[in-house]
Write a protein that binds this ligand. Structure first.
Ligand SMILES: N[C@@H](CCC[C@H](N)C(=O)O)C(=O)O
Length: 277
């Protein structure tokens, strides 16, 4: 069987995109890990499938590098919307997309008639530990001290449809994420695991972030993680309600407006191809 795919990236957070409306896409762990492998496969942080929705315009399913399915993907949903437009699956400039964490509304951004990115209504950040889920004896976890591997970290835990814990640090560059990331990813506080963001506040409108994603490891960027980091910075009084988040792969603009988080950023095609399976 031959499957058409498009490799796309949002700030270097790259996924393999399949039109699952006009072709039947396998969604098992073996297939996803194989095509995502950077030596033996196409190479990516995971896979995203475009599907028909009975409720909204389209439905997104998103899988991490290890084959686990996630509820939401911020960088992925911008590319998802660009894929729909570029492949003429719809000519709408505002799309209603069904995700595992509910409806997300995406407005395409254009330059010289070309779709270059999107602005996404990322919904309400969730702080209640039970809903994240996070096993903690208080209702919320905002700047709570935790000892992990003999070090004290202060955690602010938020769901953006998927779970995130945000840790403020003085210097991002000295962190050994390959060692530190898995300690949080597999911590007993997080029964469904967690994405961990390490954040350095530069000023009230500018933060830097590195991420250890559950199921994919360190990635160049994480859209939901940037939203969680912006909201954690705002809640802890470090920033205003609109910030630029600088990630390894570039910048996102994140705003907290009327209880909702809005995210704007690029979406880029890398290449298209056919894979024989
Ligand atoms: N890179 C993504 C998030 C992908 C899912 C995440 N690893 C999870 O399992 O929740 C983004 O841009 O938001």
């Amino acid at each position: 069987m031959r499957l058409h795919f498009t490799k796309m990236e949002g700030l270097g957070n790259d996924y393999i995109y399949f039109d699952g409306i006009n072709q039947k896409i396998p969604m098992d762990k073996e297939f996803i890990t194989k095509i995502s492998d950077r030596h033996f496969g196409i190479g990516s942080d995971g896979m995203i499938v475009i599907l028909a929705s009975d409720k909204y315009d389209f439905k997104m399913r998103m899988f991490n590098l290890d084959g686990s399915e996630a509820m939401m993907c911020g960088n992925g949903i911008r590319c998802f919307a660009k894929f729909i437009y570029d492949h003429k699956l719809s000519d709408k400039h505002v799309l209603k997309i069904e995700t595992k964490s509910g409806l997300r509304i995406v407005e395409l951004l254009f330059e010289d008639g070309r779709c270059i990115g999107a602005k996404v209504n990322m919904g309400k950040p969730i702080l209640r530990c039970k809903e994240i889920p996070c096993i903690y004896d208080k209702e919320k976890m905002i700047n709570e001290a935790m000892i992990v591997d003999d070090h004290e970290y202060h955690l602010t835990t938020i769901s953006m449809g998927n779970p995130h814990t945000v840790i403020f640090v003085d210097d991002l560059e000295i962190l050994d994420l390959a060692v530190l990331g898995p300690k949080f990813e597999h911590h007993e506080l997080f029964p469904e695991s967690v994405n961990t963001e390490f954040v350095q506040v530069v000023n009230e409108q500018y933060i830097k972030m590195r991420v250890w994603e559950r199921g994919s490891g360190e990635t160049m960027a994480c859209g939901t993680g940037a939203c969680a980091s912006m909201y954690a910075s705002y809640l802890n009084g470090y920033t205003k309600d609109k910030v630029i988040v600088q990630l390894l792969g570039g910048c996102l603009e994140i705003e907290y407006l009327d209880g909702i988080i809005m995210m704007s950023g690029p979406a880029v095609n890398v290449f298209e191809g056919i894979i024989e399976i």
